[in-house]
Design a protein around this ligand. Structure first.
Ligand SMILES: NC(=O)c1ccc[n+]([C@@H]2O[C@H](COP(=O)([O-])OP(=O)(O)OC[C@H]3O[C@@H](n4cnc5c(N)ncnc54)[C@H](O)[C@@H]3O)[C@@H](O)[C@H]2O)c1
Ligand SMILES: N[C@H](CO)Cc1c[nH]c[nH+]1
Ligand SMILES: [Zn+2]
Length: 420
């Protein structure tokens, strides 16, 4: 990892590095955009045939394999799963389910004036598509993180797409009661779910993480189909002056191993700690090819002059995962996908079993929203009802505002109801 002071002689260099990292979100999918556009257009035009061709080309789908997985295959995968993994998945599922239930928004009604009732009802989306990555590693944990909140929200049709799904992913699908699972990945999966084909109706929203191809495809279809957020190549920032170097280095390497495109950053005012983390991360990454690649390409340690500067830099980067030293540090955190507090909270716990979602915003989208939640699977529909008494009270105000806007029809629609 590159070590750089943000003050003194290297201040200008540090500013340039920070600007490059901060601009990454806006530009990162540009390199794959033309290829993705071709795939999405082909699937839109040729449907099932194109999906199949791309699945064979990119993910080794065999001619005799059906794209739609038979439920008996998922059941058999679950039955064959080792006992300890069954227990781990059940524990993770229970915690993710409980967390999603706690996040479920309430329905309510208020009475802003006598005879006026306003409120919200909560309704699930009709159909969602959950993308479960499967390129470099199988991610059964992502199947739990996407399908369980959708179930808690009450979504009726839950579609899963994953390239070359392994036994663990199929087993996780059985555990979560998934019945519509397609062995398709990449941009072709996103296009299939967004536009539908002869054999698959389109979904209302696509959720889930993925590599640059998946993320670019989600962005492309987002004019026609809802998406959750860019949840692209993993990002980690640790902002710490106190933490233990080995814990920090292992977290950086852990998240860096997802993809050579990942972003791993350590921010500190503690120069000794900075050097120790650099040394430990280098040693750990020696045995970890992907982590080594991404740490060498863009892994950075910033030594700041003051804690305030370290905090401002952290908020500027708006990282997907953020580790801070103490609960009090939460006060200064404004932009992040998910926060981990203290040296005993490895980010990997959040990846698997804690319960908060591991599908998280990348490319500085942490400025706008947190991770995937039940809120991505429901609509808050507002409701209002007047009695004649309520209309007599608020109606004249609406008429006044409508007339000010020159919208005479609006004014009249209220006035006719006020006549005795
Ligand atoms: N932000 C988050 O919440 C989060 C969570 C988990 C994982 N992730 C990220 O998800 C990603 C998973 O990536 P992955 O690659 O392992 O799996 P993936 O399933 O996202 O991508 C694999 C697909 O990419 C497509 N592809 C690969 N090379 C291609 C090419 N040259 N042309 C066209 N399409 C091509 C293929 O169709 C393949 O199916 C990683 O970047 C990881 O960091 C992010
Ligand atoms: N860290 C990933 C989110 O960026 C999620 C994950 C799944 N499995 C392991 N990790
Ligand atoms: Zn991870």
């Amino acid at each position: 990892m590159k070590l750089i002071r943000t003050f003194g002689k290297s201040a200008a260099e540090a500013t340039a590095v920070i600007q490059e990292i901060a601009a990454r979100g806006a530009t990162s999918t540009a390199s794959v955009a033309p290829a993705v556009k071709k795939i999405v257009t082909d699937v839109k035009r040729k449907g099932d045939k194109a999906v199949r061709e791309y699945a064979e080309q990119f993910d080794g789908l065999q001619p005799e394999q059906d794209i739609l997985v038979d439920p008996s295959e998922m059941e058999a995968a679950w039955n064959a799963l080792p006992k300890h993994l069954k227990a781990a998945m059940k524990e993770a599922a229970a915690n993710i389910h409980a967390f999603a239930e706690a996040q479920m928004p309430e329905e309510w009604i208020i009475e802003p004036a006598t005879g006026v009732r306003t409120g919200q009802v909560v309704r699930p989306l009709d159909a969602v598509g959950c993308y479960v990555p499967g390129g470099r590693y199988p991610l059964p944990s992502t199947l739990l993180m996407t399908t369980l909140p959708a179930q808690v929200a009450g979504v009726e049709r839950i579609v899963v797409c994953s390239p070359k799904p392994g036994q663990e992913t199929l087993a996780a699908a059985h555990l979560c009661g998934v019945s519509e699972f397609y062995r398709v990945g990449g941009a072709q999966a996103i296009a299939m779910m967004a536009y539908g084909t002869d054999s698959t109706p389109p979904v209302t929203r696509i959720v889930g993480p993925g590599n640059l191809y998946v993320t670019a495809a989600k962005q492309l279809v987002s004019q026609d189909c809802g998406i959750d957020m860019p949840a692209g190549p993993t990002e980690i920032v640790v902002t710490s002056d106190l933490g233990d170097a080995l814990g920090i280095a292992t977290d950086l390497v852990a998240q860096a191993e997802h993809d050579p495109e990942t972003l791993a950053i350590f921010i500190t005012t503690n120069e000794l700690l900075a050097k120790e983390v650099q040394k430990q991360a280098k040693a750990l990454a020696r045995k970890n090819k992907l982590a080594k690649q991404s740490l060498e390409a863009r892994g950075t340690i910033f030594i700041c002059e003051t804690p305030m500067e370290a905090q401002a830099l952290t908020n500027l980067l708006a990282p997907e995962h953020l580790t801070i030293d103490r609960p009090e540090d939460l006060q200064w955190v404004r932009n992040a996908g998910s926060v981990f507090i203290g040296p005993q909270s490895p980010q990997s716990m959040g990846d698997y079993v804690s319960g908060p979602n591991h599908v998280l915003p990348t490319g500085r989208t942490g400025r706008l929203r947190g991770g995937l939640s039940v809120m991505d699977f429901v609509k808050l529909i507002t409701v209002q009802q007047y009695t004649s008494r309520g209309l007599a009270k608020l109606g004249p105000h609406a008429i006044a505002m409508a007339e000010a806007e020159g919208l005479v029809g609006h004014a009249e629609s209220v006035r006719v109801r006020l006549k005795p």
